[in-house]
Every structure is written in structure tokens, then in C-alpha cells.
Ligand binder design. Structure first.
Ligand code: WT7
Length: 650
């Protein structure tokens, strides 16, 4: 193969200027200010990061050096001491934030609870004392397998206070996933709940933990929060009730300072193949990354009610539900359950009742809302909203426009934030009130971040040409290694393109320097010598009025190398049929050119997704090639989707 670059076929060209009203009050008020600060951040990075670290973090002992970089290993703010939970809690006590709501919680059944910074601090102190009383100490690992309730944040912050490394396991994962993760990091403790509410039903969390426990010899204790009141087994001596332990725990806990590079958490990220990778983040650099991005990307103000819909089982829940917002003194809304319970307007109802001002969610959720219909949205005013965000995958311009009009009422800027579990914090993003936005583009790099689009040899490709998306400088919140597997860390991220961090994504940069992510590079298709990103073809399909969602994969083809197979979910009430297939093929040809015209269209009631909403293309590839679905499917949200797809005619 000679043509190593990616043909970009997107023709999106709309630009949205920052609304004047938003601009006037933004934390960073002008594009010129962004340019200036960005230039400083890349021209004199150590000076820049040192100043930011002093300004944003509360230190017990100042750091001696800013960065020690021995590719691919970094040490940030060496010699400095701080306590992360003190940065999120204690620092707000004695200020105007002491009695401000830190967390407003709404359970799926409708129960509402508010914890002020003072109250949250007390809970965290008590739970830190509980952990110490069980003999946990700095460096030990604890697993957290909980519903989206305030106690999940309490558990994380208490671990951080002690330097106990937490690994949060998403509550939708099976006992198999618990077993693998707990064994990989040798956790001494599991913190869980009897259950959590989801679509009116109880997810039996303790039951899943019990099924894992016979095969997790490192676990000494299980702490169980009573959330749903469902009947569970409690093994005497091993299993302990949260409320019993908390009733006896002292409510003050003096936080010790930890060195900057103290491990904070391990988060397992599955990727599409292979054993999950234990991404390791450490204390000071991570905290700086999430705090700065919270301030600038979400334009956070004291009066905001901030809602990121991610579960704490994902990195988004770590960085933008717990650590970034709390370190910034925000009021965080936390919701336990499903977006369509009891009806598909639950989110809009929550926004109106609590006066949510900043709303951050995923494109997959936005497409679901579009599919459920505007009527559910239009029952609510959504007047409090001032800023919208997305994360998780490229947002197709169609969904972006819907978000802009129907949710944002054309008034709210949208921040399309590109980042990864590995990057810890947002890397490429518009700044609201500052950056003109283009639907579907994550726009420009955050301070200190130098992304590039390169070819297979690592050379930068010309503008508007697709290629590999890399980060060429170290940044404070970068992953430090993969837990217990430094070789894999080097191989996975640092060996494909020497000297650079390879994201695994494909991207192009347009004439204005804006970045457009075209999907995972493994998903780039080679059609008759053209390399095409799946995201662009999917976006063209979804721009047709009948289509709710689409996933495009390649199928080996003797003639073309790869043929394009599109799996398409139609909007409610649209009948499938041969004529519509032809119409969709022609629609793609019209939108982006005949080279991207799908060879086959298959209608599907649902697409195979991970629990975080990412389409599992590997499975679709196997189905498109006519084979069986092999390999790991434990991260699949709903296996019946696969069975239905396999039965469906071509
Ligand atoms: C991958 C990282 C970052 C928190 C949630 C996902 C894709 C993420 C965007 C975006 C285009 C995006 C990339 C990335 N992705 N955000 N705004 N535009 N693609 O974390 O599970 O580690 O996934 O998600 O492919 O590499 P993750």
C-alpha cells in the first residue's frame, strides 16, 4: 500500500461565533487571550505549568522541579507535597463555600439529598477513619463497585486522602470483570452497595461481588452500603455494613501530605480487544489537569449548577464529576439512574427542577434523545442552561445541530471535548465564549497540549489530509504507566511513532488548524486505495432524516480491498425497505462522494455498544464478514442485539 494518508470526505463548513452575552462573562474572554496564553504554554512550558500549579493547587510543601521527562516516563512537580482530598474539601472550609452544596443528588426513585462542602468533608473524614481502622494504608489498593450515589464520591475521596489507590469498576460490569480487575491490582478491599436503581429495577451489586469473591484471594473485607434494601448475603467477619462502620467513626481526620507522584487511581479501560489495561494516574499533575480544564472549558462560576452525566465508572466521572469540579468548589449534580425513567424526559425534568446551568453528556445519549423525539424536550423550559458539552466519540454535525437548537436554544455554546482515559483531562476543545465552533470538530488544543496529525513515518501531513493523531509533548495529567505492565505501556502508546504519544485515533486538521477526529485508526477503511474514516461516513448517514444511528465497517472485498457495510438504525416509525437502502446509498454519495457509498446497508434495531456507549465495531466486522462473533464480549451492554443482528437478512 503506497497511499498512507487518509482521505477526508467531510464537507461540514458551518462556523458559530461565541455568543456576545456569554463572551462578556467568560473566564477567558477573548480569542486573543487564548492565543497568548497558549503561546506561553508551549514556548515556556515549565514556567507556565509552575505558575498554574501554584495558582490552582494547595501545596503543603513546594515542588522542586516542574518536569522530569525520560521518555516515556514523566515526573511532574517532584518534591512537592499535597493532599488531593484536602484540595477538594478542606480548602473550601472557612470560605464562602463552606455551606454551599457540593453534591445535589437525585436517586432514580426520586429521592433527593444535598451535601454541603462541610457535610461532604465530614463524611470523607469519617470514611477515611473507617479505612484506617481496617488497616488500609498508603499504597494499598481498594476497588469501588457502586451505584451513582454520593457515597461513591466519598469512597474515592477517602481513598485519595490516605493515598490508598482506588480502582472504580463500573456498576454495570459483571462478576467476571470484577474478578479480573481486583486480581490485576490485588485489591485488599471492595466497597460496594446492596444494589442500585436502573429503569425501576435493582442492579444487584453485592450479588455480583459475591460471585467474584471465591476467585479474588487478595480481598480481606467488603464494605456494603445499603441503598436499595434488597436482600443480600453478608459473610460474618468479611462483609461489613457501611452504616455500622460510619456510626462508630470519628468525624475528623487529619490529612497527611503525599508526594506529587503518589499513585491516585487505576482505571481499567478495555479497548476493543485484549485484556483490560490498568491506566495509572498520580496525584498533583492529574489534579492540575482536571482543575484547570474545569475552570476554562466549563467556564465554571460559583453560581453554577454543574451536571456531567457520566458514571463514576468512567474516567469522565473521575475527572469531571468528582475531582475537577470539587477542587473548583462547584455544585455538582449527581443522578443515579437511566435517562428514560420513568419517561424519556427525565434529564430535562432534572435540569428544570434543579436549575442546571452546565450540562455535559455523550453523543450517543444525544442521538438517543433525538430518536425519542422533540416532544419530550419541549415539555420543559431549559432556561437555566448556559453551556453544553460532549465527550466520548466524534459528534456528527446532525446531532451537534440538534443539541445546539433543541437543548441549547441557540444560546448555549457547545464544547466538544476530545480526550481519553489515558490523558486524564481534556486535551482538545473549544473554550466557551472564546473559540468559534464548527459542528463535529473538537477545534483547538488546550494549554500546553501540542497535537499533530502525522503519517506512518511520524511526519506531519498537509492540512486537510487525514493521518494519525498524536500528542508531541508530555502534559501533567498524562498516564504514568499501565499497572504492572510497563512494557505494554511503552508498546501501546510510544513505540508506533518514536518520541510521540500515539492516541490510536485518526484525525485531520483543517485550514484553520481545527482538529477533526475521524475515529479509531483501526477502523479506518481502505476502499479502492482511499483510506476513509468511519466517522465521516456515519455522519453522512445520520444526516438523512430517516436515520437515528449508523455504524460503518469494512468487509474484505477482492476487488476494492474493503467494501463498506453500514449498519443503520432508523428513527421510530420509519419502515425499512429496499428503496430506502438505495436512497441512503445515494444520500452518502451526494453528501460526501461516491467513493464512500456503502456497498451494503443492513437495518438493525440496535447496535452493539459498550456500557459507555461506544459501538463495538469489532463485532460488526465479524458479522459483516459473515462469521461468528468471537473474542471478549464482556463489555457489551446487551448481547441480544448481536443475536438479532446475526439473524437479520442482508
Ligand atoms: C476515545 C477515548 C474521554 C472520556 C470518555 C472516553 C474517543 C472521546 C471524543 C471527541 C471524537 C472522541 C476517541 C478517544 N473520543 N472524545 N470529543 N471527539 N472522539 O474515554 O473510553 O478512554 O475513550 O474516545 O476515540 O481516543 P475513553
Amino acid at each position: 500500500m503506497t497511499d498512507l494518508t487518509i482521505t477526508s470526505v467531510s464537507r461540514e463548513s458551518r462556523i458559530f461565533k461565541p455568543p456576545a452575552e456569554f463572551k462578556g462573562q467568560a473566564n477567558l474572554g477573548s480569542f486573543a487571550a487564548y492565543r497568548k496564553l497558549y503561546a506561553e504554554s508551549v514556548n515556556a512550558p515549565e514556567k507556565f505549568w509552575a505558575r498554574q500549579a501554584k495558582e490552582h493547587l494547595l501545596w503543603r510543601k513546594p515542588f522542586k522541579s516542574v518536569l522530569r521527562w525520560k521518555l516515556p516516563h514523566s515526573k511532574w512537580f517532584s518534591g512537592g507535597y499535597l493532599n488531593l482530598s484536602e484540595n477538594c474539601l478542606d480548602r473550601h472550609l472557612g470560605t464562602h463555600r463552606e455551606n454551599k452544596a457540593a453534591i445535589i443528588f437525585e436517586g432514580e426513585p426520586g429521592d433527593i439529598r444535598t451535601l454541603t462542602y462541610r457535610q461532604l468533608h465530614r463524611e470523607v473524614c469519617k470514611f477515611a477513619n473507617v479505612l484506617e481502622s481496617l488497616g488500609l494504608k498508603k499504597g494499598d489498593r481498594a476497588a469501588i463497585y457502586m451505584p451513582m450515589v454520593p457515597e461513591a464520591a466519598v469512597a474515592m475521596l477517602a481513598c485519595a486522602r490516605l493515598g490508598v489507590v482506588h480502582t472504580v469498576i463500573f456498576g454495570g460490569f459483571s462478576s467476571e470483570a470484577i474478578k479480573d480487575r481486583v486480581n490485576d491490582c490485588q485489591a485488599r478491599l471492595i466497597i460496594t452497595a446492596d444494589g442500585g436503581w436502573r429503569r425501576g429495577r435493582i442492579i444487584e451489586l453485592k450479588g455480583s461481588v459475591d460471585r467474584a469473591l471465591p476467585n479474588t484471594p487478595s480481598v480481606e473485607h467488603v464494605i456494603v452500603l445499603r441503598r436499595c434494601g434488597n436482600e443480600i448475603a453478608m459473610a460474618a467477619g468479611r462483609d461489613l455494613w457501611w452504616h455500622d462502620l460510619m456510626a462508630r467513626a470519628p468525624d475528623l481526620h487529619k490529612a497527611r501530605a503525599h508526594e506529587s507522584e503518589t499513585p491516585l487511581f487505576i482505571l481499567y479501560t478495555s479497548g476493543s480487544t485484549g485484556k483490560p489495561k490498568g491506566v495509572l494516574h498520580t496525584t498533583a499533575g492529574y489534579l492540575l489537569g482536571v482543575t484547570m480544564t474545569t475552570k476554562y472549558v466549563f467556564d465554571l462560576k460559583d453560581a453554577d449548577i454543574y451536571w456531567c452525566t457520566a458514571d463514576i465508572g468512567w474516567v469522565t466521572g473521575h475527572s469531571y464529576v468528582v475531582y475537577g469540579p470539587l477542587a473548583s468548589g462547584a455544585t455538582v449534580l449527581m443522578y443515579e439512574g437511566a435517562p428514560n425513567h420513568p419517561e424519556p424526559d427525565r434529564f430535562w425534568d432534572i435540569i428544570d427542577r434543579h436549575g442546571v446551568t452546565i450540562f455535559y453528556t455523550a453523543p450517543t445519549a444525544i442521538r438517543a434523545f433525538m430518536r425519542w423525539g422533540d416532544d419530550y424536550v419541549n415539555r420543559h423550559r431549559l432556561r437555566s442552561l448556559r453551556l453544553l458539552g460532549t465527550v466520548g466519540e466524534p459528534i456528527n454535525p446532525e446531532a451537534w445541530m440538534w443539541y445546539h437548537r433543541t437543548i441549547g436554544k441557540k444560546r448555549c455554546p457547545i464544547v466538544d471535548t476530545w480526550w481519553q482515559t489515558e490523558t486524564g483531562a481534556i486535551m482538545v476543545t473549544p473554550l466557551p465564549g472564546v473559540t468559534p465552533t464548527k459542528p463535529g470538530s473538537a477545534t483547538l488544543p488546550f494549554f500546553g497540549i501540542v497535537p499533530k496529525v502525522v503519517d506512518e513515518a511520524g511526519h506531519e501531513v498537509p492540512r486537510n489530509t487525514g493521518g494519525r493523531f498524536v500528542l508531541t509533548r508530555p502534559w501533567p495529567s498524562m498516564l504514568r504507566t499501565l499497572w504492572g505492565d510497563d512494557e505494554r505501556f511503552k508498546r501501546q502508546y510510544w513505540s508506533e511513532l518514536p518520541g510521540m504519544y500515539f492516541t490510536g485515533d485518526g484525525a485531520r486538521q483543517d485550514k484553520d488548524g481545527y482538529f477533526w477526529i475521524v475515529g479509531r485508526i483501526d477502523d479506518v477503511l481502505n476502499v479502492a486505495g482511499h483510506r476513509i474514516g468511519t466517522a465521516e461516513v456515519e455522519s453522512a448517514l445520520v444526516s438523512h432524516h430517516s436515520v437515528a444511528e449508523a455504524a460503518v465497517v469494512g468487509r474484505p472485498d477482492d476487488l476494492k480491498g474493503q467494501a463498506l457495510v453500514a449498519f443503520v438504525t432508523l428513527k421510530a416509525g420509519i419502515p425499512p425497505g429496499g428503496a430506502l437502502k438505495e436512497e441512503l446509498r445515494n444520500h452518502v454519495a451526494k453528501e460526501i462522494g461516491s467513493l464512500a457509498k456503502p456497498d451494503t446497508i443492513r437495518f438493525a434495531a440496535g447496535l452493539p455498544k459498550t456500557r459507555s456507549g461506544k459501538i463495538m465495531r469489532r463485532i460488526l466486522k465479524e458479522i459483516a464478514a459473515g462469521g461468528d462473533v468471537k473474542g471478549d464480549t464482556t463489555t457489551l451492554e446487551d448481547f441480544s442485539v448481536v443475536a438479532t443482528l446475526q439473524q437479520a437478512e442482508e
